[in-house]
Design a binder for this molecule. Structure first.
Ligand code: PGA
Length: 253
């Protein structure tokens, strides 16, 4: 039997959060965590880049990690508006999300570019959270597993290990919509991802954290976290306040 995989509950604040409210929520989260003791999962918050350093300081000593929402595939240079993996590392990040469907859709990012970003994250010593997921049309056409298989093959670098890579399955149609797949559908996709990871990365593929994301909230987290091969959650809207995020973390206690 494979060893139990420690879950990861990750919050993605997206383009939300100004300093006063962001700091207040981060402090609330750190305080709540302290009160309840260290949970049985890793906890991560990925705020906008402007709040990385303030949140790092506000949550110091709390065991809550901070991460970026994206990084460039290059180390540095003439890339106005972009941020490099080593800059994130330098600010205290442990993780970076790459290939989120909003980046793939809004910025036309291909899986090849996502792989370059994940490679940059690995070089900088960050854990890359690599996102995959089908659109509603692809699911309707019965192409879900095929689409995700291709995204995985093209987005995950050769050197991916259980230590430097997390995979997040996020159906595009479930993000920010309040809709979630059935637990059977989540189980089917996660089993397929696990078997592909195992085939390609052997023991590392068997041990990689595999997150579900898309309309996760306190009311459905326990059910989703209980699905086989679900090792945590990537949470958008419900990660913005400590009051909404903590009940999701609590499912791992
Ligand atoms: P949501 O977003 O929880 O608001 O649906 C999830 C995500 O995009 O990571």
């Amino acid at each position: 039997m494979a060893a139990k995989i420690r879950p990861l509950i990750a919050g993605n604040w997206k383009m939300n959060g100004l300093k006063s409210a962001g700091l207040r929520e981060a402090r609330n989260l750190a305080r709540t965590m302290k009160k309840h003791g260290k949970p049985g999962c890793d906890v991560l918050v990925c705020p906008p880049a402007t709040l990385l350093a303030p949140l790092r300081d506000a949550m110091k000593g709390s065991h809550i990690a901070i991460g970026g929402q994206d990084c460039h595939g290059n180390e540095g240079g003439a890339h106005t508006g972009d941020i490099s993996a080593s800059m994130l590392k330098d600010t205290g990040c442990a993780y970076v999300i790459v290939g989120h469907s909003e980046r793939r859709a809004d910025h036309g990012e291909s899986s090849r570019e996502v792989r370059a970003k994940a490679e940059a994250a690995h070089r900088a010593g960050l854990r890359a959270i690599i996102c995959v997921g089908e659109t509603a049309a692809e699911r309707k056409r019965g192409q879900t597993l095929k689409v995700i298989g291709k995204q995985l093959a093209d987005s995950l670098p050769k050197g991916s290990t259980a230590k430097n890579t997390v995979v997040a399955y996020e159906p595009v149609w479930a993000i920010g919509t309040g809709l979630t797949p059935t637990v059977e559908d989540v189980a089917e996709v996660h089993a397929s991802i696990r078997s592909r990871l195992r085939r390609r990365f052997r023991d590392d593929g068997a041990a990689m954290q595999l997150l579900y994301g898309g309309s996760v909230k306190g009311s459905n987290a326990a059910e989703l976290m209980a699905v086989a091969n679900v090792n945590g959650a990537l949470v958008g809207g419900a990660s913005l306040t400590a009051a909404d995020f903590w009940p999701i973390v609590e499912t791992c206690i």
